[in-house]
Write a protein that binds this ligand. Structure first.
Ligand SMILES: [Zn+2]
Length: 373
């Protein structure tokens, strides 16, 4: 029995030594120069590593590696740039965190052994950020801030080109009415401080539905408003309606899923990294933004309807939920406004009247303004 145990231990030891294919960190050396601090780590083999920097920290992550006790002490170097170092070990991964005096431009590379140098080396440079780079960065930050304050409203004139849309009793084509109102609306928006309008089409040509969504996404639109005119067989049908998209609102299964995810949600700080790596959370986040989008779409829909009621009849008094492709813009609150019934001769006449078009554009515009207020 004892023999068997001895054999077992031997086998385990052999296994353990075979399993140890980790690289060894042989040496750390630091050099402080006028414009940078250089860290060189000597290694017995090539490694996989990653570096992340934030305001005053540099995280160096080396996988499958071990540290010799005689190397350990050499890590805790300080100078005008490096204030403190600490090490965290997770299984075979070593995390080095260098706390720095300010933010530096960090670059790094691996070197192979050569005639002069027998070891593999990881070189990390903490370069001073020059005054010029600082100014550039400040400028960029300012620009981003301006962009955040600037709201882009995507205005989609329904139909166009070979797609005439609905055709009125007096042969009015929906595509012309929608473009005309869309352009008027864009004009009002572009006159407003902090707002910018982007049109999905500016003339009588065809734009596919997917393309319209892509335009909204590419322009980072904060809302998407699609303009149409209704048509039905019954000529007396009249008034405006607004449609929003709601794909899965109120489903109990979804509610449960949300509840569960919210608990997970609160227990992590570094959400971003986590979300990137976790497909489940990623999906939930997507649903989150979708749910939020649906609520926002409803809100926008109500605001527009309220204004529309001041200038004419409403066909439906609340925003209607629908699944138009053009409304499926992820995370962008979207509404589709049926301005009036082109199939109703009286409303067709109204839709053709420039002054009435102004009123409609203005009502939608006021609705958008109230939505942001
Ligand atoms: Zn239409």
């Amino acid at each position: 029995m004892r023999q068997f145990i001895a054999l077992l231990i031997t086998l385990l030891c052999i296994n353990a030594s075979y399993a140890d294919n980790r690289a060894t960190l042989l040496d750390f050396s630091f050099t402080t120069l006028e414009k940078r601090t250089q860290i060189i780590i000597d290694l017995d083999k090539k490694i996989k590593y990653s570096i992340n920097t934030n305001v005053q920290k540099i995280h160096l992550n080396i996988q499958n590696v071990k540290l010799l006790s005689q190397t350990y002490d050499k890590i805790f170097y300080t100078d005008s740039r490096i204030k403190k170092t600490h090490i965290k070990r997770q299984k075979n991964t070593m995390n080095f965190v260098f706390s720095t005096a300010e933010k530096y431009n960090v670059n790094s590379y691996l070197l192979q052994p050569d005639e002069k140098y027998q070891h593999h080396r990881l070189v990390i440079n903490l370069n001073n950020i020059t005054a010029q780079q600082k100014i550039k960065k400040q400028k960029n930050n300012k620009l981003t801030r301006q962009n955040i304050n600037q709201k882009t409203i995507l205005i989609d004139a329904g139909h166009g080109g070979q797609d005439p849309g609905a055709i009125g009793y007096r042969h009015t084509r929906e595509k012309h009415i929608t473009l005309s109102i869309a352009k008027k609306l864009a004009k009002l928006i572009n006159r407003t401080k902090g707002m910018k309008a982007v049109l999905t089409r500016r003339g009588d040509y065809f734009v596919g539905l997917t393309k319209r969504i892509k335009i909204a996404q590419a322009n980072k639109a904060s809302v998407f408003v699609s303009i149409h005119a209704d048509a039905v067989q019954r000529r007396s049908a009249r008034g405006a309606s607004v449609y929003t998209l709601s794909e899965r609102g109120g489903s109990t299964k979804f509610a449960r899923q949300l509840e569960r995810s919210q608990n997970i949600w609160q227990s992590f700080d570094s959400r971003k990294n986590l979300i990137k790596n976790d497909q489940y959370l990623n999906k939930i986040l997507w649903d989150f933004s979708r749910k939020d989008r649906d609520i926002q779409s409803q809100k926008l829909g109500y605001k527009i309807l309220k204004q529309m009621s001041k200038i004419g009849y409403l066909h439906k008094k609340t925003p209607q939920k629908a699944g138009f492709i053009v409304l499926k813009t992820p995370a962008i609150p979207s509404v589709l406004v049926e301005t009036a019934f082109i199939s109703n001769p009286l409303e067709e006449k109204r839709l053709n009247n420039t002054k009435e078009q102004d009123k409609i554009a203005n009502a939608i515009y006021q609705g958008i303004l109230n939505y942001y207020r």
